[in-house]
Design a protein around this ligand. Structure first.
Ligand SMILES: *Cc1c(COP(=O)(O)O)cnc(C)c1O
Length: 384
C-alpha cells in the first residue's frame, strides 16, 4: 500500500533518542526541549517558542492565556480539524463558526468584517457581545489550512479595531509565509504549530506556541507547567501539565534539521499532482493563493460538483490498486458537539468538504510511486 502520509525518519532521530536514554533525560526537563524551541522560533520568525505535549493542548492553554473564559464565544472557521474547536470547548467557551474563503479555504476577512459589524455590539461595560446570544466575543482563531496562512493583514486590522486577541492555528504551517513574512510573525498574539505524526515535521506528537511578546511567552510557559511558583509546591493559577518531553523534542530536533528538505518535497509532490491532472475537467487543484508560500501539508484534488458522488467509489478503487486516498475535514458546524454553535451561512464549507480527496504525499514518496498514483487516478477517472 502506498500510504497517505507517513513520517520520514531518515535523519538523526535514533541517535538523539539514544542520547535521551543514555543521559536519563526522558521527561520534560532536558536539552532537546530548549533546542527544539529555539529551532521552532527561528523557523517561524517569532522571538519566543514554548513546546507542548500536543497542538491541541497548546491551543487550549493559549486561549486561556488570552483571557477566554467559560461562556465566551471564539470566532473560528468551520472548515477545520476538530481540535481547533475542541480547544475552544475545553475552555468552557463555544466556537462562533465562520465560513471560509473559496480561494484559500481560510477565514474570510470580508465575511468577518461584515458579521462583526452586523452581529456584535459594544456593551456599556466595554465588552464586545454577540447580539443574538449576549455572549462575550473573546478571541479570533484563524486556521492556516493545509499550510496556507489566512489573509492575516485584514484579520489583524479587525482584531485591533474590535480589541480581540488572535490565537492562530498554524498546525501545519511551519516554514510557510504570507506576503513574504514567516507564519509565526503575522500579528497573532499566539501562533500554534503541531508536531503530530502526520504533520510535515513530527515529534511523534507535540505542539508549540510562538509569540513575539515576552510576557505572553512567560505566562504560557507558566500555565503549561502547572503554574508553579518557586521550587516548592506553590501554584498561583489553575495550570496544566502540557509540556513536551525531551524524548519528543529529540525526534523534533532531528526533524527540524530536515525542515527545508521536507517542505521542498511537499511542494514538489503537490505541483506534480497539479500538473498531472491539469487537463482533467473532473478534478480541480487545492487552492494555492499567490500571496502565500504554501506548506502543501496534504496534496490531492477537489472533485467537480457533478462528480462528487463518485468519491467513495473512487477511493475504494484506489485502495484496491494499493493506494491510500482519503476524504478531508468535515466542517465543525456538521459535527454533533458544535451543531448548536452560532454560525454564519456556510456556502463554501458546505460546497467543498465532501469533494476533497487527499492523495499520498509523504515527504519520502518516490517518483515512481507518485507516477503510479497518477496513472491509476487518471485511469479510474476516465472510467467513471
Ligand atoms: C493537527 C491539527 C491540530 C491538532 O494538533 P495535535 O498536535 O494533533 O493536537 C489542530 N488543528 C489543525 C488544523 C491540525 O491540522
Amino acid at each position: 500500500m502506498i500510504p497517505l502520509a507517513v513520517p520520514n525518519l531518515a535523519g538523526r532521530e535514533a541517535e538523539y533518542l539514544q542520547e535521551c536514554i543514555t543521559s536519563t533525560f526522558v521527561s520534560t526537563v532536558g536539552p532537546f526541549v530548549g533546542r527544539f524551541e529555539e529551532m521552532v522560533a527561528e523557523a517561524s520568525g517569532a522571538k519566543y517558542a514554548v513546546a507542548t505535549s500536543a497542538g491541541t493542548t497548546a491551543l487550549h492553554a493559549a486561549l486561556v492565556a488570552s483571557g477566554v473564559r467559560h461562556g465566551d464565544l471564539v470566532i473560528a472557521p468551520s472548515f477545520t480539524f476538530i481540535a481547533s474547536v475542541a480547544a475552544i470547548a475545553h475552555c468552557g467557551a463555544q466556537p462562533w463558526l465562520f465560513d471560509v474563503a473559496a480561494d484559500s479555504w481560510t477565514l474570510d476577512p470580508r465575511l468577518l468584517a461584515a458579521t462583526l459589524e452586523a452581529e456584535t455590539e459594544r456593551a456599556e461595560d466595554g465588552i464586545l457581545r454577540h447580539r443574538a446570544t449576549g455572549q462575550r466575543v473573546a478571541a479570533i482563531l484563524p486556521v492556516y489550512t493545509l499550510g496556507i496562512p489566512a489573509d492575516m493583514d485584514p484579520i489583524v486590522a479587525l482584531a485591533e479595531r474590535y480589541g480581540l486577541p488572535i490565537v492562530s492555528d498554524a498546525a501545519a504551517a511551519l516554514g510557510t509565509s504570507y506576503k513574504n513574512r514567516p507564519s509565526g510573525a503575522l500579528g497573532a498574539d499566539f501562533t500554534m504549530f503541531s508536531f503530530n505524526g502526520n504533520k510535515t515535521v513530527t515529534a511523534g506528537g507535540g505542539g508549540a506556541i510562538v509569540t513575539d511578546d515576552e510576557a505572553k511567552a512567560k505566562l504560557f510557559r507558566h500555565l503549561t507547567t502547572t503554574a508553579r511558583v518557586g521550587a516548592d509546591y506553590d501554584h498561583d493559577m489553575v495550570g496544566f501539565n502540557y509540556r513536551m518531553t525531551n524524548l519528543q523534542a529529540a525526534v523534533g530536533c532531528a526533524q527540524m534539521e530536515n525542515l527545508d528538505l521536507f517542505l521542498n518535497a511537499k511542494r514538489r509532490i503537490a505541483i506534480a499532482y497539479r500538473d498531472a491532472f491539469a487537463d482533467l475537467d473532473m478534478v480541480e487543484p487545492f487552492p494555492d493563493p499567490d500571496y502565500v508560500r504554501n506548506g502543501h501539508w496534504f496534496a490531492g484534488v477537489v472533485l467537480r460538483r457533478d462528480f462528487a458522488g463518485h468519491l467513495p467509489d473512487l477511493r475504494a478503487r484506489l485502495r484496491e490498486a494499493g493506494i491510500d486516498a482519503r476524504p478531508f475535514w468535515k466542517p465543525a458546524h456538521l459535527q454533533a458537539p458544535y451543531a448548536a454553535a452560532p454560525a454564519t451561512a456556510m456556502a463554501v464549507s458546505d460546497d467543498i468538504w465532501h469533494r476533497v480527496l487527499t492523495l499520498p504525499c509523504s515527504t519520502g514518496l518516490s517518483t515512481s510511486d507518485q507516477a503510479k498514483v497518477i496513472e491509476v487516478m487518471r485511469n479510474e477517472i476516465a472510467k467513471s
